[in-house]
Design a protein around this ligand. Structure first.
Ligand SMILES: C[S@@+](CC[C@H](N)C(=O)[O-])C[C@H]1O[C@@H](n2cnc3c(N)ncnc32)[C@H](O)[C@@H]1O
Ligand SMILES: [Zn+2]
Length: 273
C-alpha cells in the first residue's frame, strides 16, 4: 500500500527501515511508525493535533462515549482487503478496521498521534504524512476511511481501487450539542455536508446517534481539549465550562457515516495538490 514519498515506487518494510527500489530509505521509529513527510514539506505543513489534544482524545475515547461509531465502522468493513485510515489520530478507530487478511495503514500529520496509534494497533502500519500528499500507491486501497479528518477528493480517488469504497464520517448536526451550548452564545447545528463531489456514488448513509452523560469534570475538560473549540471559543466560555463541568454535562453524540463507491474504472487524476 505504501509508496515512496520521493519517487512513488512501492515502499517495503525491511527491519528497522522502509525502502523503495530506487534506494530511498526511511527509518522506523521505536514504536514502529515511519515519517514520510517530504523534507521541506515537514516544516511548512501544519502539524495537526498536538500532544495534549491527542492524549485528551485517547482518554475520552477509552471511556466509551464513541463506541457506537466504533462498532458501526467495524461492521461496515467485510472481508479481506487493504484499508487506509486517513487522519487516523491516536488510532482508536483504526483498531476497529483491522481483521483477518486485512492490510491496515493509518496516516496522520501529527507525530504524537501516530506514535500512540502505532503502540495501540501493532498489526497496522502507521505513517506521518498529509492527506494532500498520501504516501500510498495508486489504486491500492479497497477502503479509504476518514473519521472527522480532512478530506482530499483527488488523493482519495487516486489511492482507492476502481470500485472500492470511501467511508467518510462527519459530525452530525447535534454532535456535542451540550458542550457547544455552553461555549457559544448562539448555538448553531453542524453542517452535515460531505466534502466529496457527485463523481462518487453514495451507496450507504447512516446516522450513529446517542445521548450520553459526561459524568466528571475531567471528562468535560477532555472533550473540550480534544476539539478545535479549545482554540475557537472565547475565554469566558472556558470559565463557564469549568463551572458547569463540575456537575457533569449531557451531550448528544451524533455522527453521519457516508459510504461512497469509486467509479469502476480508474479515475485520471492530476496527482497530489
Ligand atoms: C478530529 S481528529 C480525528 C482523529 C481520528 N480519525 C479520530 O476520529 O479519533 C483530526 C485528525 O486529523 C489530523 N490532520 C489534520 N490535518 C491533517 C492533514 N493535512 N493531513 C493528515 N492529517 C491531518 C489531525 O492531526 C487529527 O489527528
Ligand atoms: Zn523512492
Amino acid at each position: 500500500v505504501l509508496a515512496c514519498p520521493v519517487c512513488r515506487l512501492a515502499l517495503v518494510a525491511d527491519g528497522r527501515e522502509f525502502g523503495c527500489a530506487a534506494g530511498h530509505r526511511f527509518d522506523r521509529a521505536r514504536e514502529g511508525y515511519v515519517n514520510l513527510l517530504r523534507p521541506g514539506r515537514a516544516r511548512r505543513a501544519r502539524s495537526g493535533d498536538d500532544d495534549g489534544m491527542v492524549r485528551a482524545r485517547r482518554s475520552f475515547l477509552a471511556a466509551g462515549h464513541y463506541d457506537g461509531l466504533r462498532s458501526a465502522l467495524a461492521h461496515l468493513l467485510v472481508g479481506p482487503g487493504a484499508v487506509l485510515d486517513v487522519g487516523c489520530g491516536e488510532g482508536s478507530f483504526t483498531a476497529a478496521l483491522t481483521g483477518v487478511d486485512r492490510e491496515v495503514v493509518g496516516v496522520d500529520i501529527s507525530r504524537p498521534a501516530v506514535r500512540l496509534a502505532a503502540r495501540l494497533v501493532p498489526e497496522a502500519t502507521f505513517a506521518v504524512a498529509t492527506v494532500q500528499e498520501l504516501p500510498v500507491l495508486d489504486g491500492a486501497c479497497d477502503w479509504v476511511v476518514s473519521v472527522m479528518a480532512p478530506v482530499h477528493e483527488g488523493e482519495f480517488l487516486r489511492v482507492v481501487r476502481p470500485g472500492g469504497c470511501i467511508v467518510v464520517v462527519v459530525p452530525g448536526a447535534d454532535h456535542l450539542d451540550g458542550l457547544r451550548r455552553l461555549l457559544y452564545a448562539e448555538y448553531r447545528p453542524h453542517d452535515e455536508g460531505v466534502p466529496l463531489t457527485d463523481r462518487l456514488e453514495v451507496v450507504d448513509r447512516r446516522r450513529v446517534r446517542a445521548a450520553t452523560h459526561l459524568a466528571t469534570a475531567d471528562e468535560v475538560q477532555q472533550v473540550w481539549a480534544m476539539t478545535p473549540y479549545r482554540w475557537a471559543a472565547p475565554v469566558e466560555s472556558a470559565a463557564r465550562l469549568a463551572d458547569a463541568g463540575a456537575g457533569g454535562l449531557d451531550v448528544t453524540v451524533d455522527f453521519l457515516l457516508t459510504v461512497l463507491r469509486a467509479p469502476p474504472v480508474a479515475t485520471p487524476t492530476a496527482g497530489p495538490a
